[in-house]
Write a protein that binds this ligand. Structure first.
Ligand SMILES: [Ca+2]
Ligand SMILES: [Ca+2]
Length: 444
């Protein structure tokens, strides 16, 4: 009995010693530098299925990592109110990516409010029968510097990222996530708030694989009014009820960038951009209303104001049964170097120049050639050298690389690929993550 008590006391004793050491260090720090933080080593904590995750999350401090061991965690919604520091992020991650499943009894899985410098990595968040997780990550209030990496979310009653309840998010990064089979409103990511009361800014959404987004709406990635300085790139998005990518901002500010994405299969427009954006190097096809729409819907949306121009360069747009590109007719555009494998609807103010149109034609300096794409085989590399070096160069946002991340040589080409005689893309489009150009180079 005494022995047990001593054993129990021993860790406590060590803790007192250690705490004492920390205090000594603080006292020794005479030059007035911030002391306590440096003295505390970054903790790596482990949790197993059945652990009280809420309690464990509440204890995390700057620099700490909570590692979830393999298994299935069934939990109430987890409130995340913790803050790391720029030099000491807090991480919540799977010990082995893909081996940790999280399901909420009901409601959301993680709810973030006032969180900062926080990373989630390698987690699988799912809805299960009888334990229907709504949103995987639901945001409230103000959150900054949040990363969601290499996670999978699926069969939810909501979205992967739902930021409908925010005041503001700055520097959110969602990358390498596999997002599918959403429910509720059904967006893969719902960023900001329709009408602009709550904005997502300076954020990055890259190399995600998003498909089969359903529910009432089911956009793939939706950035709402007031969101500026965001980058949506290198995502593979298909089978969406609403647009695969929808970017609404019509006001001034840093443009949103939509680039290097491949998107197909929407009951709406495949990509829709309403204003103040640069849209380049994308491949979009098979949309019930259009492959690309530039400008808001006719019904009751605000129009771009002032000098806002939608710049649209080097996209490959293909469609049958509906236009390949739809111009709102009121939103100002600079539309150049695009391969339009189908028809164009509407006539925009602004400049339409150096494009190919398979059906009909629009604007200045149209380029002719034999474009034989095979959308059914996901093949979009043009056969005809007529599109090489035939483009428009006089804008700083004309891309210096192509869809595959290869440098563009000579004058700009038309379409998402830089044409070359070998006629082969670096990456064959498929239902998978798009590899990063770095990885691509490394493997060649
Ligand atoms: Ca929506
Ligand atoms: Ca070229």
């Amino acid at each position: 009995m005494l022995r047990t008590a001593m054993l129990l006391c021993l860790p406590l004793f060590l803790l007192v010693i250690l705490a004492g050491c920390e205090r000594d260090n603080d006292d020794a720090d005479a030059d007035g530098a911030p002391a306590a933080a440096a003295a505390k080593p970054n903790d790596i904590e482990y949790a197993e299925p059945g652990a009280d995750l809420q309690k464990r999350i509440n204890l995390l401090e700057p620099g700490d990592t909570l590692v979830l061991r393999a298994g299935t965690y069934r939990t109430p919604a987890l409130r995340v109110r913790i803050q790391g520091r720029a030099d000491a992020w807090i991480t919540i991650r799977a010990e082995k990516p893909g081996a940790v499943k999280l399901a909420s009894y009901k409601g959301d899985l993680f709810t973030l409010k006032g969180a900062k410098f926080l990373r989630f990595s390698g987690l699988e968040i799912l809805g299960e029968k009888g334990a229907r997780t709504k949103n995987a990550f639901k945001f409230y209030g103000v959150n900054t510097d949040i990363a969601v990496e290499d996670c999978e979310t699926h069969h939810l009653g909501g979205s992967c990222i739902n930021a409908s309840g925010i005041q503001r998010i700055e520097r959110l990064a969602v990358r390498g996530c596999h997002i599918h089979h959403t429910g509720g409103n059904g967006e893969g990511m719902y960023l900001g708030h329709q009408g602009g009361n709550g904005v997502v800014v300076d954020s990055l959404f890259e190399r995600n694989w998003i498909h089969d987004t359903g529910g009432d709406q089911g956009d793939g990635i939706e950035i709402n009014e007031g969101g500026v300085g965001n980058v949506v790139r290198e995502n593979v998005i298909y089978n969406c009820n609403y647009p695969c990518i929808y970017v609404e901002n019509v006001g001034p500010g840093k443009p949103n960038i939509v680039e290097g994405n491949v998107c197909w299969g929407s009951n709406d427009n495949v990509i829709q951009v309403n204003g103040n954006a640069v849209v380049r190097n994308n491949i979009a096809f098979r949309g019930k209303r259009g492959a690309l729409r530039l400008g808001p819907e006719p019904e009751g949306r605000p129009l771009p104001t002032g000098d806002v121009v939608i710049k649209c360069f080097n996209n490959t747009l293909s469609n049958e049964g509906a236009p390949a590109v739809v111009f709102d007719g009121r939103a100002k555009v600079l539309f150049a170097n695009n391969l339009v494998d189908g028809s164009a609807d509407g006539a925009p103010p602004g400049s339409v120049t150096h494009n190919y149109f398979r059906v009909g034609g629009l604007g200045e300096a149209q380029v002719r050639g034999a474009l034989e794409l095979k959308p059914q085989d996901l093949k979009f590399f043009p056969r005809d050298g007529a599109f090489a070096d035939a483009g428009f160069a006089a804008d700083p946002d004309v891309p210096a690389i192509d869809f595959d991340g290869r440098p563009r040589a000579g004058a700009p080409d038309l379409g998402a690929y830089e044409w070359h005689a070998k006629g082969k893309p670096a990456w064959r489009i498929k239902e998978a993550f798009k590899p990063s150009p770095d990885r691509e180079t490394a493997s060649r």
